[in-house]
Structures are given as C-alpha cells and as structure tokens.
Design a binder for this molecule. Structure first.
Ligand SMILES: Cc1cc2nc3c(=O)[nH]c(=O)nc-3n(C[C@H](O)[C@H](O)[C@H](O)COP(=O)(O)O)c2cc1C
Length: 347
C-alpha cells in the first residue's frame, strides 16, 4: 500500500496508472493493472458505443477493483462512448483533447472522478475550472502527444499552480521514475510505453520487439504525423508519413472513412464538422484518421512495413517483457529501496 492524493481519490493501492491506449488498453490489460493494485484505463477511441458497453462489463467480470475509461472528445463517436461510460458509472473517466463541464457534472453526480490530460498550464487551469478532479500532465518524453517542456520542469510547474493532484505521464518506466515523479510533487504516474510491453498487452510481438530493439534517441517528434506534436518510433515509414503531412486530396479521402465509421452520409459529416469547427476541424479530423490507421497497422497487425508506432523515449530503459504483476511488484519493491537510500543519503 502506498498513500498519495491519487490513491486516496481513486481508492487504489499503488499510484500507477495504465493510460487509455487505443487497441492496447483492452479489458484484459485494464483488469491486470487494476488487479495488481494500480488503475487500468480502458481505451474507448476505436470502440463503438456497443463495444464500449461490452468492454466495461468484461472488465467488471475480470476485476472488482476500481478502473477507468478514456474519452478523446475530439474523435468521431466519442460522445456516444461518453454516454455509455456515464450510464455504466465507470469510477474514473479520463478526458483528452477537449473538456465538457456538463459531462463532468454528470460523472460527479454518480460519484465518479474526472481526470483531464493536459500539456500546458493554460490547459490545466481550464480543465480545473471545468471541474477536473485530477490532471494527467504529459511531458516531452511521452509517446504520442506531449508537451514541448520536459517533465522535470513541467510537473513541478503545474503542481505549484494547481490545487488538484497531478499524475506524471511520459518517460516513466521503472521505480526510479516513480520516485522522481513523486519528488516533483506528482501523486501518481501513468506509464504507456512500459505497460504496453508486458505479457498481457495485446500489442503485436513485432511491435514489442521493435520497442525493445530501439533506444532513447530512436524517436521522431513532429506535428506533421497527426497534426499535433506527436512522438513516434523512428522508422523509414514514420519519416515518410511525416514528410507527406496532410493535403486536401488526403483530407477528402479521410472524410469518406470518417463517414463510414460513423455510419452517416458523407455530406452530413462534412456539413456537421464545418458547422462545428470550420475547415480547420475537418482537416484536423482527417489528419487524425489517417494517422490512426497507420498506428493500428503496426500495433494490432504487426505490419512493420506500413505501420507507424507510438513510443516514448523511455523505450531506451525497457529491456524485458514481464507480466503486469511482476512489473508492478518490482517497481513497488525498488521504489521502497530507493526511498530508504534517499533517507540515508539526505540525513
Ligand atoms: C503504443 C501506444 C499507443 C498509444 N495510444 C494512445 C491513444 O490511443 N490515446 C491516447 O490518448 N494516448 C495514447 N498513447 C499515449 C499514452 O496515453 C501516454 O500519454 C504515453 O504513453 C505516456 O508516455 P510514456 O509512453 O513515456 O509512458 C499511446 C502510447 C503508446 C505507447
């Protein structure tokens, strides 16, 4: 047992969280993390509303412990998934790329907790004003979307400004990272790359192997992959995707896919998006959809020729594929050893 503001808020044993990673944070991995004393968060991004409901119920079959669900507000279908998450009274809901005070209030009404994923102080303030109970603060090192600032500076800056507890996200892979994050003022850590390289993770073996083979310098960080600043594994395909960026013909192609995914007429999707956010939103969604396809190819299918893999700099200190419980036990044991050493060193 470790006691922090986050373990108290969520009712968990250890301040370790599995973020909602598309196709990876599935019920089996979510339950494995929650059963090991952390908090598993289901990724609802690629799921339909019906699949989200089935997944939540499957998690409840696999664990009696608290768990969460992620909602990426910007993505097509996300609001339908949010409705299911609320109807099912999921204990912790993690929002990224957007916030919605009304949804937050409805989660609070059934006793649920709201976490917002942020990368800047401005976003952190807006999230707290909208009612977030905690912030997942994503530093420069992270896989996927991160801050331009490294966690060593970003975490204490946001801790100093905000009253709600902070979850340090990005660059954490072992006990040293956990203890460092706690010393920076965070109340928990969220580990994406590390927990995706475990026995229970459904990431394809090819993709796990690539992560193990690459080092901390083997990533690319660009805003030309999916339109936001995003960290991916450095491969020829990733470099090509970044060079290509987004264009009007590709955006048109992607809009057809969005309409198919939403099972809506193409014209309705176009008009709806244009009314909601103008051409900018449409280009943003198109960029996202194309990137998501490239990520799915490698993560799920192991297609290393055409896929693009999200990965963090922390891959440089990941050398094995343990089970979730082996990893969590090791981190907790070593964190206690490090804290003993710190006490001896500092007194
Ligand atoms: C393979 C992989 C897939 C990911 N997919 C998503 C995703 O679908 N949605 C999301 O918000 N974050 C996603 N992330 C980012 C994580 O939520 C988290 O912010 C990041 O992994 C933290 O950095 P770390 O990898 O250094 O721990 C993904 C990360 C990885 C490694």
């Amino acid at each position: 047992m470790m006691k922090t503001r986050i373990t108290e808020l969520f009712g968990i044993q250890y301040p370790i969280i599995l973020p909602g990673m598309s196709w990876i944070s599935v019920p089996e991995l979510v339950a494995a993390v929650s059963n090991a004393g952390g908090l598993g968060v289901l990724a609802t991004g690629p799921l339909s509303a019906a699949e989200t409901r089935t997944s939540i119920r499957r998690i409840r079959e696999l664990t009696g412990k608290p768990f969460g669900a992620g909602v990426t507000i910007l993505m097509p279908g996300a609001r339908d998934n949010a409705e299911v998450v609320i109807a099912e009274k999921v204990p912790v809901v993690v929002f990224s790329l957007g916030k919605d005070r009304k949804l937050f209030n409805r989660i609070h009404d059934y006793g649920g907790k709201v976490v917002c994923t942020v990368t800047t102080i401005k976003h952190a303030q807006a999230a707290v004003e909208a009612g977030a109970d905690a912030l997942s603060v994503v530093g420069y090192e992270a896989a996927g979307h991160g801050s331009p600032v490294s966690s060593l500076v970003l975490i204490p800056s946001i801790v100093d400004e905000m009253k709600v507890p902070v979850i340090a996200t990005g660059g954490i892979g072992d006990a040293r990272g956990l203890v460092a994050a706690l010393s920076l003022g965070a109340s928990a850590v969220s580990m994406g790359t590390r927990l995706s390289i475990t026995k229970e993770s459904p990431v394809h073996d090819n993709s796990k192997r690539l992560t193990l083979e690459h080092g901390m310098e083997d990533t690319l960080y660009s805003n030309r992959f999916d339109g936001l600043w995003c960290r991916v594994l450095k491969t020829p395909q990733a470099a090509k995707a970044i060079r290509r960026g987004m264009s009007l013909p590709r955006a048109f192609f992607a809009s057809v896919k969005i309409a198919r995914k939403l099972k809506m007429p193409w014209l309705k999707v176009m008009i709806g998006s244009l009314l909601q956010g103008g051409p900018g939103l449409l280009m943003k969604l198109a960029h996202f959809v194309i990137a998501v396809e490239a990520i799915e190819k490698i993560t799920l299918n192991g297609d290393t020729k055409n896929g693009v893999q999200l990965t963090g700099q922390v891959q440089g200190i990941i050398h094995d594929i343990p089970t979730v419980s082996e990893l969590m036990e090791r981190i907790i044991r070593e964190a206690r050893e490090i804290s003993g050493l710190m006490v001896r060193t500092l007194t």
